[in-house]
Design a protein around this ligand. Structure first.
Ligand SMILES: *[C@@H]1O[C@H](CO)[C@@H](O)[C@H](O)[C@H]1NC(C)=O
Ligand SMILES: *[C@@H]1O[C@H](CO)[C@@H](O)[C@H](O)[C@H]1NC(C)=O
Ligand SMILES: *[C@@H]1O[C@H](CO)[C@@H](O)[C@H](O)[C@H]1NC(C)=O
Ligand SMILES: *[C@@H]1O[C@H](CO)[C@@H](O)[C@H](O)[C@H]1NC(C)=O
Ligand SMILES: *[C@@H]1O[C@H](CO)[C@@H](O)[C@H](O)[C@H]1NC(C)=O
Ligand SMILES: *[C@@H]1O[C@H](CO)[C@@H](O)[C@H](O)[C@H]1NC(C)=O
Ligand SMILES: *[C@@H]1O[C@H](CO)[C@@H](O)[C@H](O)[C@H]1NC(C)=O
Ligand SMILES: *[C@@H]1O[C@H](CO)[C@@H](O)[C@H](O)[C@H]1NC(C)=O
Ligand SMILES: *[C@@H]1O[C@H](CO)[C@@H](O)[C@H](O)[C@H]1NC(C)=O
Ligand SMILES: *[C@@H]1O[C@H](CO)[C@@H](O)[C@H](O)[C@H]1NC(C)=O
Ligand SMILES: *[C@@H]1O[C@H](CO)[C@@H](O)[C@H](O)[C@H]1NC(C)=O
Ligand SMILES: CC(=O)N[C@H]1CO[C@H](CO)[C@@H](O)[C@@H]1O
Length: 612
């Protein structure tokens, strides 16, 4: 442990030597303990505080000025390649100058759904990333994007990319020698294969996980999520020790994030009130970004500095005698929090229901001991104690203000399986969100729009706090009209929103549902093992969805994506979309038509054809 500390100190602002002999800079192992446990440290001169959620943080605003500027060149290139009839890209950007209200602000949101969601989302990201293949029809979209949000399995994707210095998807698929990075054929319950440098056998794998969680438990409350998050990390963080000292807030200190070369990662979790066993549809939604943990909902309406989580905040401040803590926002723990639904899957594997039970009985014993403090239905909780929002905003709405701990659960538990909430906040002024839906809604594990409807319904309830969301039809309509089989735009008509008080028009939603382009990618959420071939086929299927089969499904696809990106900007400028977009909007906008006829078993046919 001591040696690790020394090493992480040495490397924290430097470069890390990885297996391939390449030098790659990564999210930083900057936990002060050098391991998994947080540590009490000296407070900075100006003590960190909780702030109101009435605007963006100063950190985010400063970062945005760099990021938005850097997105201009790739966005220009993207729009130029799209060659929209009657649209002059050059004069648009000349006119816009440095007015970033006029220039499209893009978000991507990757839904939950376990490895299925990770892989399908990865296919989209891979196609959108100009570093991979500049000929892909949506290449450069990622470079034009401001925010990249993930939830549960989608959070694994986002977390893993940023844990690895915003690595490309193909390089994550190649893995890293001596680590379990993206080796999904190696069960998370058995750990990485033996043989490589630093690779453990199963017993030592679980011993290390137990030791890590024990080291945290010596000073802080732990939960099943700690074990789950540790296990995940061997595949996602991709260091031999599963990145024990990596924090989510360290992303803010990596140079390519700092200078605006990458989008801003955001992970989502739900708050669970004391005594509740499932998160209600009106649960408070929390987000983790590299700077903060907090919520825009008026039930909390505050953000705490992520790096200083577990410091003793009371009424939003740390008292003169209060402790300052760092290292609590451990990257795997944050990814585990957003995906805490899988705690139950892990437990099932230890309780004899799975076939790994004999392997790690000593882990099962340790977990059983821990479980005695929990009601069974509370297994999915991640414990954030002390509660950073203790005494904060103690209105009658903030049930949390009196709690010693903040209980967070899987971001999809409220039915909103796509992390749209952070991206529809008026303060973020996002113009368009690419919503990658890998939900298993139908009995056959395909999406049917349930997640979008949950977001729409929430926007109309009290907890929505006046934040609007485009109207979305029923599951029957999604299936009958094929809205879950092809990309669909919601909220095309910006003048169709009735604004009251301080409401603003919400972003356009480009819904990209998981569908069988070249592979039946509807694998079960709870299938946690995939051969490399299966993995790569599902990623390719997502790629083919993102590019519409490299334009074979729709030759105009890149133009239509460009039209959608520009849509809100033309509306803001009071201009009609150019002629070259009218067919695109006819084809991709949901125009309000519904079809409520009952649907039977949903078994979609290949949209392209099966990979040979
Ligand atoms: C924006 O980017 C351009 C290069 O693309 C650079 O010359 C300029 O200084 C940047 N402006 C700001 C405010 O960062
Ligand atoms: C752009 O589209 C026009 C027709 O609208 C066509 O004449 C021209 O060749 C296209 N340019 C490129 C570079 O594809
Ligand atoms: C910036 O663009 C927005 C949207 O097009 C427009 O309403 C606003 O007037 C512009 N601001 C300036 C200073 O030009
Ligand atoms: C959430 O919904 C429940 C049941 O409808 C209601 O009792 C509760 O007050 C709501 N909470 C908030 C914060 O809106
Ligand atoms: C926190 O605020 C409450 C009133 O809202 C007050 O009674 C209490 O003394 C405050 N605690 C501290 C430590 O400031
Ligand atoms: C946290 O600080 C408050 C005062 O702000 C104090 O009352 C409380 O005892 C402290 N808790 C711990 C665990 O130190
Ligand atoms: C849509 O998905 C939900 C689960 O998200 C499910 O309960 C419902 O039965 C599905 N409806 C149809 C028509 O597929
Ligand atoms: C957009 O919505 C407005 C208000 O509902 C309506 O008057 C207008 O016809 C709609 N435009 C289109 C193109 O559907
Ligand atoms: C609208 O915003 C202004 C300024 O932020 C605020 O003073 C006012 O109370 C808000 N009105 C409503 C109805 O929320
Ligand atoms: C699209 O292109 C990619 C790589 O360039 C290729 O792997 C994929 O098979 C192509 N898809 C189709 C449907 O041809
Ligand atoms: C236009 O707004 C009405 C009222 O909110 C809504 O019912 C309708 O679905 C909207 N149309 C579209 C295409 O979103
Ligand atoms: C748009 C809107 O109504 N925002 C409200 C959200 O909740 C906070 C806290 O209650 C209010 O201050 C905002 O006005």
């Amino acid at each position: 442990m001591m040696q690790t500390t020394l090493l992480s100190l040495l490397f924290s602002s430097l470069l890390i030597q990885v297996g391939l002999g390449l030098l790659v800079e990564r999210a930083l192992p900057n936990s002060p303990s050098g391991g998994y446990a947080p540590e009490v440290v000296d407070c900075p001169k100006t003590k960190p505080t909780v702030r109101l959620a009435n605007n963006l943080s100063d950190d985010e605003s400063q970062w945005l000025s760099r990021r938005r500027n850097i997105t201009v060149a790739p966005m220009r290139r993207f729009l130029e390649k799209a060659n929209i009839t009657d649209f002059n890209v050059g004069s648009f950007f000349r006119q816009a100058g440095d007015n970033f209200t006029a220039i499209p602000n893009i978000g991507i949101a990757a839904s939950g759904g376990g490895y299925r969601a990770l892989m399908n989302g990865a296919g989209f990201i891979s196609a959108a990333d100009s570093r991979n293949n500049d000929n892909s029809s949506v290449s450069g979209l990622l470079q034009s994007t401001t925010y990249l949000a993930g939830l549960s399995g989608g959070g694994w994707l986002v977390g893993s990319m940023f844990a690895n210095n915003f690595s490309t998807i193909p390089s994550l698929q190649r893995g890293r020698k001596g680590t379990g990075l993206w080796q999904f054929d190696q069960s998370i319950f058995k750990g990485p294969k033996e043989g490589g440098i630093g690779i453990l056998n199963t017993v030592n794998y679980w011993k290390d996980i137990l030791e890590a969680v024990d080291s945290k438990a010596a000073g802080w409350d732990t939960s099943i999520t700690d074990y789950w998050g540790r296990a995940l990390s061997y595949q996602l963080v991709g260091t031999p020790d599963g990145g024990e000292a990596y924090t989510f807030s360290s992303i803010a200190n990596t140079s390519n994030f700092e200078n605006g070369s990458t989008p801003c990662p955001i992970l989502v979790a739900d708050g669970r009130r004391t005594g509740e066993l499932v998160a209600a549809p009106n649960a408070t939604i929390y987000e983790f970004n590299p700077f903060e943990l907090g919520s825009w909902d008026d039930t909390t309406y505050g953000f705490a500095p992520l790096e200083w989580l577990a410091s003793n905040f009371t009424n939003g401040t740390i008292s003169s005698k209060g402790d300052c803590v760092r290292g609590f926002d451990q990257l795997g723990f944050v990814m585990g929090t957003s995906s805490s639904l899988f705690n139950a899957v892990m437990l099932a594997n230890f309780s004899g229901a799975g076939n790994e039970s004999s392997i790690a009985s000593f882990v099962a014993n340790a977990i059983e001991e821990l479980l005695q403090n929990f009601n069974e239905q509370e297994n999915d909780v991640a414990n954030y104690a002390p509660n950073p929002f203790f005494g904060w905003n103690p209105t009658s709405n903030n049930s949390n203000a009196k709690e010693d701990q903040l209980s967070l659960v899987d971001g999809g538990e409220d039915g909103q399986n796509i992390p749209l909430h952070p991206l529809i906040q008026p303060a973020r002024s996002v113009d368009i969100i690419f919503a990658i839906d890998s939900s298993a809604d139908t009995k056959t594990n395909w999406p049917n729009g349930t997640s979008l409807r949950a977001s729409y319904n929430r926007s109309m309830s009290d907890i929505g706090n006046n934040t609007l969301f485009p109207p979305v039809p029923s599951a029957e309509t999604f299936i009958n009209l094929g809205l879950n089989q092809r990309p669909t735009l919601f909220g095309c008509n910006a003048t169709n929103f009735t604004l009251t008080d301080n409401q603003t028009v919400p972003p356009l939603i480009f819904y990209i549902p998981n569908a069988p382009y070249t592979t039946h990618s509807n694998v079960s959420t709870f299938d946690l093992v995939y051969s490399d071939n299966e993995r790569d086929a599902i990623i390719l299927n997502g790629f083919n969805g993102a590019t519409q089969g490299n334009g074979t499904v729709d030759a105009e696809w890149p133009t239509c994506v460009a039209c959608a990106i520009m849509s809100r900007s033309w509306w803001k400028a009071g201009e009609n979309p150019p002629r070259g977009c009218s067919q695109c909007f006819d084809r991709y906008c949901w125009n309000g038509t519904t079809d409520e006829s009952p649907v039977g078993q949903y078994e979609p046919a290949y949209i392209i054809k099966k990979n040979s």
